[in-house]
Design a protein around this ligand. Sequence first.
Ligand code: URA
Length: 430
Amino acid sequence: MNRTEPFAAVDIIRAKRDHHELTTDQINWTIDAYTRGAIADEQMAALAMAILLNGMNSREIVEWTTAMINSGERMDFSDLSQPTVDKHSTGGVGDKITLPLAPLVAACGAAVPQLSGRGLGHTGGTLDKMESIKGWRADLTNKEMHQILQDVGAVICAAGPGLAPADKKLYALRDVTGTVEAIPLIASSIMSKKIAEGAGGLVLDVKTGNGAFMWDPDKARELARTMVNLGNDAGVKTTALITAMDVPLGLAVGNALEVQESIEILQGGGPADVRELTLTLAREMLELAGIDTDPAEKIDNGQAFDVWQRMVAAQGGDNNAPLPTASFSHTVTATESGTITTMNALAIGIAAWRLGAGRARKEDQVSEGAGIMLHKKPGDQITAGEPLLTMFTDEEPRFELAQQALDQTPITIGSANEVNRLPLIIDKIT
Ligand code: URA
């Protein structure tokens, strides 16, 4: 053991391997030592696997989260004149809700500091979507972020390197060691960033279904409950909705395509499920912020769209520039007539990713115009030969790869009583 270190990593790994509770001092040291490089990646990977297999009790989870928060800076919005409230989604296919939601809630009188990420794998990232707007920039200083919140009420930007740096390192390690799916690690990862961000209220949208990483609804509930407890214990008023991700949200999957659909929502149109989830989450956020306003009115009277335009412009985005489009498109038509009965979100997400909408490695560029537009959703009638979906890409050979993903879990057509999908809002955890 290094004489200057109070613990040996191997003892902590053995303790968790053998189902023991970690002490406060062990937890604080582990997070601090890993962040400064005194615990090797292979040791942290072994510990993460022991946590995945043997779990943590609620005291350990709270202390692990607190140690991750303390690895970096805490933001402070207490000088703003509006109450602050934030939303976090565990991610899904076609989940563009942050885009209409942040300006909508701001139009109702709250400040929404929405620190977001880029996408990896089959679910898209909010920053990738926003970056398809010409000139828009994700990286802001804390001062710029404050100013936009004060002036406009909503900001969507990248989390700076100072926020929970322990999580950045640990999440990258978990991603390549099969240890993402541990509830204590997911909950502490998400909540350390959200608590450090310093909003007064937080609404969690925990997705379940084949396109979510918590496909089992009971696991999604357990994750939600763990996160709600962490938030409330830390003084952030937190509630969670469990929502469906067995079918893509809305009709658009892909960066610029989803921006376009978000604009339609803010202009009073767009798909019914996107509007319903946006309004439901907005109502939850406004309740936490203590604001008694009907968000639907703010869409209908154009105020939410006005905030969107000011939010985009404040970050250098050109509201008048056309959104990028892909070079090639290919429409898939129905081979039979009937009712769409299932549409696997994961398959659509993988297909969109293969068309270029997502990245396989952190360093990859995403294609702004690539993705999928659905023409029908489960429950809709379709006739043989009618368009089912259109694929967009900048590189023609990608159509074949995307089609293979769609063929693996095909969209099924049957009779109306065979429609199989989860209700959009499944549960609320307070
Ligand atoms: N998102 C996060 O930020 N962390 C996780 O562990 C999983 C999803």
